[in-house]
Design a protein around this ligand. Structure first.
Ligand SMILES: [Zn+2]
Length: 290
């Protein structure tokens, strides 16, 4: 969703002299690190400049050369991330994950719904066919899906408006104080008859709260209406050790926080989650999301 254009070649040359991201000397050893190889092939390390098909081609060449074949797919992944389509939300980068170590399923607003066959199938596949132990719903502050639910801008694509309906409903019905305040502050009034149309900043408390509640909504759906909820109670799959967590990523600090909404098979201890807990988001966990 974040739109960054390719920086023209001339500017690239100028930047190259000032930025540590460019024209790093080629490695003189058998360095297999991605960064050194990228520099060798002239592929930009700064993602805003990675914008041509040639960059993709060269990047693939580097990948083939730098990632030993035996590390690819020789172990079933432990983690599945249920995230947003937004390009800023890359679990591999955020968690510094090795190649092929995670499964991902993305859509606008990291929405899980049992009525979405794609999401339902992905969760079933992760839990049943692979050895995933942790499914993580990963939201992010400043999410454009949540933003669209707040602004309901007329130019929002019709399909997007339909897709984000659960977030819109959450926004319009939530009793969480920060969201109520944001909602009330944007209502039409005498001085501003059409209400506020501009999006709130990502730092807005109500916007942040909506992102958090939206993650909790998806976790809640997974708990009550997914392959997992059925599998936990079946004798044939009662060895299923899959736990679900709700995290939010803050792009400004690059920190990940835990919403403490984890669940797992009944009677089994939920593994300790080492991320900082967002206390403010916890007390609304048992509210109805629908
Ligand atoms: Zn998003």
């Amino acid at each position: 969703m974040l739109r960054l254009r390719c920086i023209p070649l001339l500017m690239l040359v100028v930047l190259a002299s000032a930025s540590p991201f460019h024209l790093i000397p080629a490695p003189s050893t058998f360095d297999l690190g991605m960064s050194s190889n990228q520099a060798t092939f002239g592929v930009p390390l700064n993602y805003s400049e990675f914008c041509t098909l040639k960059h993709l081609h060269d990047g693939n060449r580097i990948f083939r050369d730098s990632v030993p074949e035996k590390t690819m797919g020789d172990k079933e992944p432990t983690f599945m991330f249920f995230g947003c389509t937004d390009n800023r939300l890359s679990p591999s980068a955020i968690f510094n994950a090795p190649a092929s170590s995670i499964i991902t399923h993305n859509n606008i607003g990291n929405l899980y719904s049992s009525k979405d066959p794609s999401a339902s199938a992905a969760v079933a596949y992760a839990a049943e066919s692979s050895q995933v132990q942790h499914i993580i719903v990963l939201g992010h502050y400043g999410c454009k899906g949540a933003e669209a639910a707040i602004t309901m801008a007329q130019n929002t694509n019709k399909n997007v408006r339909t897709w984000i309906r659960p977030i819109s409903k959450l926004y319009s019905t939530s009793r969480r104080a920060e969201i109520v305040h944001l909602r009330d502050s944007r209502k039409p009034h005498r001085e501003l008859p059409n209400g506020l149309k501009d999006a709130p900043p990502a730092s807005n408390a109500g916007f942040r709260a909506l992102v958090e509640e939206n993650v909790k909504r998806s976790v809640s759906e997974l708990r009550d209406y997914s392959f997992l909820s059925k599998a936990y109670s079946k004798p044939s799959t009662n060895n299923l050790d899959v736990f679900v967590h709700g995290f939010v990523y803050d792009e400004t600090t690059r920190e990940v926080v835990d919403l403490r909404v984890s669940f797992g098979p009944p009677g089994k201890q939920i593994p300790r989650v080492p991320f900082e807990t967002l206390v403010a988001a916890q007390k609304y966990h048992h509210d109805s999301y629908y």
